[in-house]
Each structure stands twice: as C-alpha cells, then as structure tokens.
Design a protein around this ligand. Structure first.
Ligand SMILES: Nc1ncnc2c1ncn2[C@@H]1O[C@H](COP(=O)(O)OP(=O)(O)OP(=O)(O)O)[C@@H](O)[C@H]1O
Ligand SMILES: [Mg+2]
Length: 226
C-alpha cells in the first residue's frame, strides 16, 4: 500500500447522452491515506453513491484520473481490476444486494467464492454474523428478515474477505440507535486494525465518528471539516 490509497484528480462523471446527459460529479479532487477513516456526507442526489461506485472500481469516471494504490485504474484491465476488487475491497451497498435464494450464512460467504486468494476459516461467516447480532438467523432467507437485519448481513458479507479497504454506503441507514452504535464500533475496530474506511451517511452524528469528514454538494467537494 502506498501512502495515499486513493487519489482522485479532476474527476467528472456524466450519465446518459444528448439532452438527457446528466453531469453528476463535477471535478472531484480527493486523497485518502492508507488506514484513514473518512465519512462522506451530502444531500440525496449529490453524487455520493456515484462516487462510491468509482472508488470501488464498479464504474469508471468520464474524465479525470483515479490512482488506486498509486496505479491509474484506467491502465488496469477488467480482469485484474475485478481481482483487486474482490480481494481488497469490501462493499456495503445502500440497497444491500443480497441474493434471495441463499441463506444468511451463504450470502456472507459469497465473496469468498470470488477471492480464492483469501484465506478465511469456515467459521468466519458465522463469527461475523454473531458480531452483528444475527447468530440466530443463519438459515433464514433475506425475504424473512427485517430491513435492519438485511443490512447487518450485508455488513458481515463486506467483512468476510478481510478487505484492506471498506466502502460503506449508508451502513447505519436502517438501523436503530443501539444497532447503529454496534456497527460503528465494528467499523472503529476495523479502523484500529489499519483498514481504510470510506463511509457515506446522511447522519451528521454518524459522520462525526470518522476521523475526517468530507462534504459533497451538487457534485463537488464543498468543504472538509477536520
Ligand atoms: N446509472 C445512472 N444513470 C443515470 N443517472 C444516474 C445513474 N446513477 C445515478 N444517477 C443520477 O445521479 C445523481 C446522483 O446519484 P447518486 O446515487 O450518486 O446520489 P446520492 O448522493 O447517493 O443520493 P442518496 O443520498 O439519495 O443515495 C442522481 O440525480 C441520480 O439520478
Ligand atoms: Mg446514494
């Protein structure tokens, strides 16, 4: 890992074509150091999830450069990029993206199928589900869970690879105060263990838990509170 794991330089992102073309990210410059815990806040529609998709290499910028670990992702082929993504990055998506046919514990194990280099013991998924308070729901299907429980499954899944970087989109969005606190504790532990964490949130109190707060408005970074 280089000192800045993430360097965004003059990033623009457009969606659509012609009259329907939408300018979502309008010149983002952002560096995130290895091991930093950063929160990103901003109104609905300001481009937070779009930014997270770029950071996680799920999408590419229209303009500008993204250096991941010192390498320009534009020069990395799709295969190598997905390998890097599966081994090094944990995702907590805003919409959870759980697989309906699989049980809770199988959902958590999914990233292990795509990252053969990752050595996680067979008990790792259960351990994480216990940590998020779901050991009594291992055999349930996502449709049998509440919103907050689904969110906690998504959190366990994001951690099963032991990723060096965690990207979390509203990880506490559907959780009650106590469970939010537990999830934030988990993130603080990961941060202490040296993981880089980028957490998107609407909630100012949750954002304040991070080491550094970045605010995005209308596709640009407005201010960085210390
Ligand atoms: N794939 C897409 N195609 C077209 N427009 C998109 C696409 N993804 C996002 N947008 C648009 O880009 C803008 C920013 O979306 P984004 O999801 O990044 O917002 P956000 O800050 O995450 O909002 P929220 O807080 O509601 O999750 C929105 O106006 C959205 O409609
Ligand atoms: Mg979003």
């Amino acid at each position: 890992m280089t000192e800045s794991v993430i360097q965004l330089v003059g990033i623009h992102k457009y969606f659509g074509e012609g009259d329907a073309r939408l300018h979502v990210l309008k010149g983002i410059d952002l560096s995130i150091r290895t091991g930093e815990f950063v929160s990103i806040t901003g109104q609905s529609g300001s481009g937070k999830s779009t930014l997270m998709n770029l950071l996680g290499c799920l999408d590419r910028p229209t303009e500008g450069a993204y250096l991941l670990d010192g390498r320009d992702v534009a020069t990395i082929g799709d295969d190598e990029l997905s390998e890097k993504r599966n081994q090094d990055i944990g995702f907590i998506f805003q919409s959870f993206n759980l697989i309906p046919q699989l049980t809770v514990v199988e959902n958590v194990e999914v990233p292990l199928l795509y990252a053969p280099g990752v050595k996680a013991g067979p008990g790792r998924a259960k351990e994480l589900l216990e940590a998020v308070g779901l050991s009594h729901r291992l055999g349930h299907k996502p449709s049998q869970l509440s919103g907050g429980e689904r969110q906690r499954v998504a959190i366990a899944r994001a951690l099963v690879n032991d990723p060096v970087m965690l990207l979390a989109d509203e990880p506490t969005g559907n959780l009650d105060t106590q469970t939010s606190e537990d999830v934030l504790d988990l993130m603080r532990d990961l941060h202490r263990q040296g993981r880089t964490i980028v957490m998107i949130t609407h909630d100012e109190d949750v954002a304040a838990q991070a080491e550094r707060q970045v605010h995005i408005r209308d596709g640009v970074i407005l201010e960085e509170a210390a």
